[in-house]
Design a protein around this ligand. Sequence first.
Ligand SMILES: Nc1ncnc2c1ncn2[C@@H]1O[C@H](COP(=O)(O)OP(=O)(O)OP(=O)(O)O)[C@@H](O)[C@H]1O
Ligand SMILES: O=c1[nH]c(=O)c2[nH+]cn([C@@H]3O[C@H](COP(=O)(O)O)[C@@H](O)[C@H]3O)c2[nH]1
Ligand SMILES: NC(=O)CC[C@H](N)C(=O)O
Ligand SMILES: [Mg+2]
Length: 520
Amino acid sequence: MDFPTVLVVDFGAQYAQLIARRIREAGVYSELVGSDTPVAELLARKPAAIVLSGGPSSVYAEGAPQVDPAVFEAGVPAFGICYGFQAMAASLGGTVARTGDREYGGTPLTVTTPGSLFGALPAEQSVWMSHGDAVSAAPPGFTVTATSTGAPVAAFEDVDRRLAGVQFHPEVRHTAHGQTVLEHFLFDIAGLERSWTMANVVEEQVAAVRAQIGDRRAICGLSGGVDSAVAAALVQQAIGDRLTCVYVDHGLMREGETEQIERDFVAVTGADLRVVDAGEQFLGALAGVSDPEQKRKIIGREFIRVFEQAALDVVAEAEEHGETVDFLVQGTLYPDVVESGGGTGTANIKSHHNVGGLPEDLTFTLVEPLRTLFKDEVREVGRQLGLPDTLVQRQPFPGPGLGIRIVGEVTRERLDVLRQADAIAREELSAAGLDTEIWQCPVVLLADVRSVGVQGDGRTYGHPVVLRPVSSEDAMTADWTRLPYDVLARISTRITNEVAEVNRVVLDVTSKPPGTIEWE
Ligand SMILES: Nc1ncnc2c1ncn2[C@@H]1O[C@H](COP(=O)(O)OP(=O)(O)OP(=O)(O)O)[C@@H](O)[C@H]1O
Ligand SMILES: O=c1[nH]c(=O)c2[nH+]cn([C@@H]3O[C@H](COP(=O)(O)O)[C@@H](O)[C@H]3O)c2[nH]1
Ligand SMILES: NC(=O)CC[C@H](N)C(=O)O
Ligand SMILES: [Mg+2]
């Protein structure tokens, strides 16, 4: 590790990676490690500090993951959050119990002793809690610095030993002063300094990709989206023209997408791009399939089949013979990984085509330089690489495309209907200047639902489309965007007038959680 690194020990929280990301935001490099990592291995990495994450277990339960006191004896600064706070207390001689006073969501916190963790922050503040257990007695040597109704010991610190912890979640935005508390730990208790920026990611990843691929060849799945554009630009910097980009037109794209990629990406980067028309192949494989997970796996598999063929073509054209292309570059981000159940002990919410949807017989070695990052971090990497805002600020569009926005079987006719409705919604949202305000706005066709309408004095029996405008910072959580009524009205009128099969437009007003952004 070249930069002082804070290791976040992941006890199985959906949001553990958020902690690492907030630490990086504070200017200190951070990575996750599994909670089963042996202490010796942990310490051998010479972490600048250790943060213990939240998690679903109860420390006093049999088999619950524990923290070896050796971690604290080694003199490494440590910070516990929620479960990590409780595990720290238990390990150092404090007590943890089920208090019966659960706290979920926004909770008032009273700072009893400002100390180093709270410093000049207000004595009363709102924090985000999610616990049923609580520390009932702090370990010897610690000062209790805050309290809440359900957590008599809601924060503690032992500045001499450079140890501290909190029951609440400083990493979530809903905790008013969360980032400041985290920074107080990093800078005032652990004594670290700001030593890292997104520019370091570029340097470090370019070097890592160079070491991984060497003088061999790679192909990159390029979608025209932000993540693959940034991944491709980064790998291009590492291996130059030994990278071939492959854009798969799987027939599930939106209107104008294929033309746009040529214009935006190739013009800017001069990349070697091949466009593969695989519409027949994908639609054939999806025929008769309605189950979302099955669709995702089929799409993930067909993508790989196309990449395999493209790799053979690249080899056939290459001057040196006997070569193979063994590396596949993908713009995989951390949310794709965690939702596919790829975090340490996290649930499978949906199989993203590029992670959980990959076929078992995958022979490519994956190159995923953005795998630990969140979208806004990737946008920053893109800017560092000199990509223009038109590319870097694009709204996300999922790899499986309109295939997971048709609830029911995917057919060519249904895709045409959805494509028209989607184009109208996008056109009106752009015209209203709302593109930067919304994260993305999926338009979903409820192909198996019909409702009665009246148009031109006649009866219609058509399908509804759903508008799903969301605001988000990183796609891990989202809220539905309060679009102006007149914009909604224009979209609705135009879709029902211009798309013959659609006679109803509905608005999705669900946040994430409980809903996900895409319907499938
Ligand atoms: N049509 C496509 N052709 C080739 N590769 C694709 C295609 N769609 C997706 N991929 C691959 O799958 C990865 C994940 O897709 P995803 O949609 O998450 O990222 P993206 O399209 O690059 O960015 P964005 O999130 O902005 O849409 C991409 O980074 C890319 O490597
Ligand atoms: O490349 C992708 N392959 C997928 O299989 C996939 N599924 C969801 N998404 C995108 O991920 C973000 C979170 O979406 P969800 O709330 O629906 O899980 C949103 O931005 C979604 O558009 C995908 N992107
Ligand atoms: N979010 C957490 O880390 C929860 C910790 C523990 N399971 C509790 O309920 O108190
Ligand atoms: Mg995409």
